[in-house]
Ligand binder design. Structure first.
Ligand code: ADP
Ligand code: ASP
Ligand code: MG
Length: 482
């Protein structure tokens, strides 16, 4: 059995048209004789709206939360109607009636939670997870019904029965061994019966059955857990771009598709902000050597990007540029602590206490600069650090990270990088933690200019073995007046 996990992101299930396209992609795979398991995200932007609604309810804004919920209910009904009814007059089918009732039941319990939250005026991480889980619960049921009416033998699997995690709400850690057993009990028998399992990504539960989530963008992670647990032949991440590109195409419209990239390079890119892939997607793939493919559900003919154990060598030292925004630099300065033993530990203890991850560190004799995601705990972190040393922090910073296996041992790369962005103010630099990335901090406002300049400097003569240069040639041909 050649198992393939097919994960469809929010834009691939954003409305009835997208779900219909997705059904055709899955049918195509089945026609090729492979056995797919489908993992879906919530419909595009639904998670953001659920977070906004629960925050509103937590502030006591009952009406605000219920208004968002009403809009989401309408969108799900509307999609179900277009997906499951027949003809231009929308004749109601039994499938539609069933799912429609199911949607109402779910939104009623969601509204009940919002009323409770607004009355208490407090939102816990546990309740937040329950609320956001509705996005994937709803999308996965709807996609199952849509697939079933299109001749696919789809069966819904509640991910919370398989993806078992600890109780760190908002960023739960999966228990691989238990997940493997649960998948073997629930999903394998369906596959053996020739069914098509459809599961929601991102959501899981503790062993006691309390709903958890794997962190933003976590549906990719679910796909990797399912692929790893069932020893799939490949994990496919279907999204809205042609694959991993040389830069975020929203910043750099002439970015090129990278044909193949190594696990290590993709992991660095994902960790340092390339939203196209969740950093944990690579883990099970690395442990079991399962290739990952990133593909475009709006352009399924395109070959996408293949992520494999070994990197393809190329002429350009870099494969891609990632950007992480909304960062803050914290400067900790303490002359009296000069060279003192245990100083760095006392600083990191503060970040540990506030469960705050640090992205980049640089030290001098008297000062330490660290970067963190901007978050509401910064005043508390700063107050605690203030007990050890003088502290100042500054937000609206961005980390630019250049990744490529071919920078190992090459002379003069740093000079080329900083020459390309000589007009940009660079605040912190890091190279060496991993031999395949070079990162630096800049002002958020300088991101566009920096990325475009770097892209022009390093990808103007791309290696056709590694990058899709035909797409660039076609784009240039289109813009040249005849
Ligand atoms: P999905 O909902 O399918 O998971 P995401 O929005 O999480 O999709 O990820 C896809 C987006 O990632 C793209 O639309 C693109 O703007 C962004 N992105 C950032 N960096 C890159 C990159 N290097 N290559 C491709 N896409 C990137
Ligand atoms: N729906 C979740 C999010 O928006 C998970 C995902 O899309 O991967 O973060
Ligand atoms: Mg994503």
């Amino acid at each position: 059995m050649k198992l393939v996990v097919m994960k469809f992101g929010g834009t691939s299930v954003e409305d009835a048209v997208a779900i219909d396209r997705t059904a055709r992609i899955v049918s195509g795979r089945r026609a090729q004789g492979v056995v797919p398991i489908v993992v879906v995200s919530a419909m595009a932007k639904v998670t953001d709206h659920l977070i906004a609604a629960s925050n509103a309810a937590g502030r006591g804004d009952r009406a605000g939360a219920l208004a968002i919920s009403a809009r989401l209910r309408h969108r799900h009904h509307d999609t179900a109607r277009k997906l499951l009814t027949q003809g231009p007059t929308y004749v109601e089918t039994p499938d539609f009636c069933e799912i429609s009732e199911w949607i109402d039941k779910h939104f009623e319990s969601l509204d009940e939670i919002f009323r409770g939250l607004a009355a208490v005026g407090e939102l816990t991480a546990r309740t937040s997870d329950l609320v956001v889980s509705f996005g994937e619960q709803l999308s996965s049921r709807m996609v199952t019904a849509g697939f079933a009416t299109r001749g696919l033998d789809a069966v819904h699997v509640d991910s919370r029965k398989c993806i078992i995690t600890d109780a760190q709400h908002g960023r739960a850690i999966p228990n691989d061994a238990v997940i493997e057993n649960r998948l073997a009990e629930t999903v394998l028998p369906l596959l053996r019966d020739g069914k098509l399992p459809v599961m929601g990504g991102f959501i899981g539960s503790t062993e006691d059955g309390v709903t958890t989530t794997l962190g933003r963008g976590g549906s990719d992670f679910t796909a990797a857990l399912v692929g790893g647990g069932l020893n799939a032949s490949v994990i496919e991440i279907w999204t809205d771009v042609n694959g991993i590109m040389t830069a975020d195409p929203r910043i750099c419209p002439n970015a090129l598709r990278v044909k193949t990239i190594s696990f290590e390079e993709a992991a660095e890119l994902a960790y340092f902000g390339a939203k196209v892939l969740h950093p944990a997607t690579i883990l099970p793939a690395v442990q079991k050597n399962i290739p990952v493919a990133v593909l475009n559900s709006r352009n399924p003919q395109n070959e996408g990007t293949r992520i494999t154990a070994l990197a393809a060598h190329c002429r350009s030292p870099f494969k891609s540029i990632a950007v992480k925004r909304r960062l803050t630099i914290i400067d900790v300065v303490a002359s009296r602590m000069l060279m003192s033993h245990g100083y760095l530990k006392s600083i990191f203890d503060v970040f540990d206490k506030h469960k705050c991850a640090v992205d980049m560190v640089s030290t001098s004799e008297v000062s330490v600069s660290l970067t963190v995601d901007s978050n509401e705990k910064l005043p508390e972190i700063s107050a605690d650090l203030g007990k050890i040393a003088d502290v100042k922090y500054e937000g609206r910073k961005a980390l630019v990270c250049m990744v490529g296996e071919d920078i190992r041992g090459q002379n003069g790369i740093a000079a080329q990088v900083f020459q390309a962005i000589r007009h940009v103010n660079v605040r912190m630099i890091s190279q060496g933690a991993s031999e395949i990335n070079m990162s630096f901090m800049i002002e958020e406002d300088d991101v566009e200019e920096a990325v475009r300049s770097l892209h022009a400097a390093f990808f103007q003569d791309p290696d056709p073995e590694v990058f899709d240069v035909e797409a660039r040639a076609a784009a240039i041909a289109e813009t040249v007046p005849k």
